[in-house]
Write a protein that binds this ligand. Structure first.
Ligand code: AMP
Ligand code: ZN
Length: 675
């Protein structure tokens, strides 16, 4: 075969394979057998190997991915990628409709109703019909380039169909949702489990983790899928005037377009459709978290415009979270760092929204009473997205469970010491035994943790060993440790021992705020510790402070003040502080420079969508408070702020047990009030 023949054959094969691909993955009407397909593919690959100069980056053979790693790069979207306003109930939906009507001065409106696919949004660009760029939504303005992975998605056309169409674009940017079918997701997790790898929490997490991978061969094996739902930018001979018109053109160009989309001429029809899909949701082979309602006319869309975050002409009607029923096998009680007892429901393992749930926190004993929950009860469990599972209510109480009401334990399950409800208005019960081994150990781990003294290498297992062998009993003992002591433990070899001793030594210079937080005074979190340290600047001065002086400080309330005074007045704590001082631990706070700022040196990372402020504003707040914003996940982050629909960073953060906070907690930390 000569060059010209090879070139022609490669083109023919490519075209044929793409057609078969489309027939199989988009039209769901395969026209040839798998074997025939494989044979053609092999023929193509053979030819391309012999004549590599004719292999295009959009050849069907490239869908299997490549081992040439992509580098993480970002790109500016051709038009902003918005998020959507949400509503969970129909009356709000009707209010939205009224606003639309008002905004359009009573013009007739038609709507397009679409499924809200629970995946990851992406922007796909085609130039002269060729797929050239895929990007994540990112912050809506810039996204990460994921072209290499998008190319592996079989339902994404690498070339647009029907050049004959009068509206064939010279350039087009479409918005699509990348997702994974429930079955493929389960299969993926099954294999990961077999290999002992971490499981993905749900198909969306698996998808977002996959599209951002640098090695496209992994994506090629993960069976991602795609639906195109919106027009970003179109350059071509025609003008599109409605969403419906676009969806139909998209379909003819070869894009996968969801078959459930509907054009509705009345709002009642819209609502009927919302209800219908809530019912049929379970039968759909991929996750949907609601329905999106869009004003059909582009002219009307423009007239309505958008807010900074989301278009006014569209709204998402979200379905309630996933719920399942299961049985409470046992209610156990955990003892935390400050001695607080937390009731935990040990459940008959049950799958909910893609993960197996074995236990759920009941938060406190008031909650147990409120739910009236007893061992043996059948309960309703809810889990929305990545949110921790929550018990909603008791469904039924079998006869044997009746009467055996759950009682707050009178003694600590760890040390059998007394349990008290310290303050009537407070919901917490505590083990008040200062020597409770569980509390002491947890306290030590907390003291060494990253946001406190940040002693690397002093985690759970090491603390357990040091504690069990009697090498340390309290915080100050940490500073008495020597390398020889550590070498007596099986966990330590020389290098590790030396590193830990060094880390302990270094922690002596940490500012007072961290030490104070590390002490684990009840009700004193990181922020309060910071405020106190900044105010008093030395432990001596803080020790001398009265409750009145403390409450006089803005942001320190009575409960906090009392807690500080009671803890710092106690003999035990005094002795502890004194010893630390003797061992050379710094107990002062540096003067007001950048280092005096509340979040000085703290590293933040954001994942998921924020509701109240933009990422940019959030980042500005962090910097103003002396902190830093990291762009990627790493183990030395102080906080991972988890918004809605977080991505792969969340998974990593969880694997690495980084400190994760919600948007609310973040706003609190940077002093932004929301209402
Ligand atoms: P949210 O992330 O809750 O603000 O919702 C907006 C996101 O919904 C978009 O960025 C898309 O990723 C996703 N989405 C899924 N299906 C659709 C659809 N049919 N139309 C618009 N957005 C959709
Ligand atoms: Zn105890």
């Amino acid at each position: 075969m000569n060059k010209a023949e090879a070139k022609k054959k490669i083109e023919e094969l490519s075209q044929a394979l793409e057609q078969y691909n489309y027939a199989y993955y988009v039209a769901h009407q395969p026209v040839i057998t798998d074997k025939e397909y494989d044979d053609l593919m092999r023929a193509l690959v053979d030819l391309e190997t012999k004549f590599p100069e004719f292999r295009s980056s959009n050849s069907p053979s490239q869908r299997i991915g490549s081992d040439i790693p992509a580098t993480a790069q970002t790109v500016r979207h051709s038009s902003k990628m918005y998020s959507l306003d949400n509503t969970y109930d129909v009356s709000e939906l009707r209010e939205w409709h009224q606003r639309i009507q008002k905004g359009l001065a009573g013009e007739a409106v038609t709507f397009v109703v679409e499924l809200k696919i629970d995946g990851v949004s992406a922007s796909l660009r085609y130039e002269d019909g060729d797929f050239v760029l895929g990007a994540t939504r990112g912050d809506g303005v810039r996204g990460e380039i994921i072209t290499h992975n998008i190319r592996t998605i079989r339902s994404v056309p690498l070339r647009l169909h029907t050049r004959k169409r009068a509206d064939f674009p010279s350039m087009i940017d479409v918005r699509a949702e990348i997702y994974m079918n429930s079955k493929d997701f389960q299969e993926l997790n099954r294999i990961r489990k077999e290999k002992g790898e971490n499981l993905f929490a749900n198909p969306r997490n698996a998808t977002s983790g996959t599209v951002k991978l640098l090695d496209s061969r992994v994506a090629a094996n993960r069976r991602l899928n795609c639906f195109v739902y919106a027009l970003g930018v179109y350059e071509g001979p025609m003008e599109f005037t409605t969403q419906w018109q676009f969806l139909q053109a998209a379909q003819e160009w070869g894009f996968p377009v969801n078959a459930h989309n509907r054009l509705c001429s009345s709002f009642d029809e819209v609502i009927r459709y919302c209800h219908q899909f809530q019912q049929e949701r379970k039968q759909i082979p991929y996750d949907i978290d609601g329905v999106v309602i869009k004003v059909n006319s582009f002219a009307q869309q423009r007239a309505l415009g958008e807010t900074r975050k989301s278009p006014r002409w569209a709204v998402a009607y979200k379905f309630p979270a996933h719920q399942v029923a299961t049985t409470v096998r046992k209610i156990s009680v955990q003892v935390g760092r400050t001695g607080v007892l937390t009731p935990i429901a040990e459940l008959q393992p049950v799958e909910c929204a893609g993960v197996v749930i074995k236990r759920a926190t009941l938060h406190n004993f008031d909650e147990v009473a409120r739910l009236g929950i007893k061992e043996g009860d059948r309960v309703l469990l809810e889990r929305a997205g990545d949110v921790i599972p929550k018990i909603i209510k008791v469904l039924e109480s079998p006869p044997q469970a009746k009467g055996s009401e759950f009682k707050v334990p009178k003694i600590c399950p760890e040390c059998h010491g007394p349990v008290v409800r310290e303050n009537q208005g407070q919901v917490a019960y505590r083990c008040v035994n200062k020597q409770c081994p569980k509390t002491l150990r947890q306290g030590l781990i907390h003291f060494a943790s990253r946001p406190a003294m940040d002693i690397q290498g002093l985690g759970q297992s090491v603390v357990d060993q040091l504690f069990n062998t009697g090498l340390i009993k309290n915080i100050s003992d940490i500073y008495r440790l020597r390398e020889d002591d550590l070498l007596t433990l099986d966990l330590f070899k020389e290098k590790k021992a030396r590193n830990l001793i060094e880390a302990i030594g270094q922690s002596k210079t940490q500012p007072l705020s961290r030490f104070l937080y590390g002490l684990g005074i009840p009700n004193i979190g990181e922020k309060a510790a910071h405020i106190l340290a900044k105010h008093f600047r030395s432990m001596d001065r803080l020790l001398a402070a009265t409750e009145e002086e403390l409450t006089a400080i803005h942001e320190i309330g009575t409960i906090m003040a009392q807690s500080v005074v009671t803890t710092l007045q106690s003999q035990g704590t005094r002795r502890l502080i004194q010893r630390c001082q003797q061992y050379g631990v710094n107990l002062t706070e540096p003067a007001e420079t950048d280092a005096g700022k509340e979040l000085f040196g703290k590293k933040f990372l954001f994942t998921g969508k924020l509701e109240h402020i933009t990422r940019q504003e959030a980042a500005d707040r962090v910097r103003q408070s002396g902190g830093e914003v990291a762009s990627g996940i790493s183990k030395n982050l102080d906080y991972v702020v988890v918004g809605e629909s977080p991505g792969s960073k969340y998974q990593k953060a969880r694997d690495w047990k980084l400190t994760m906070i919600t948007e609310r907690e973040f706003l609190d930390l940077v002093n932004v009030a929301v209402f």
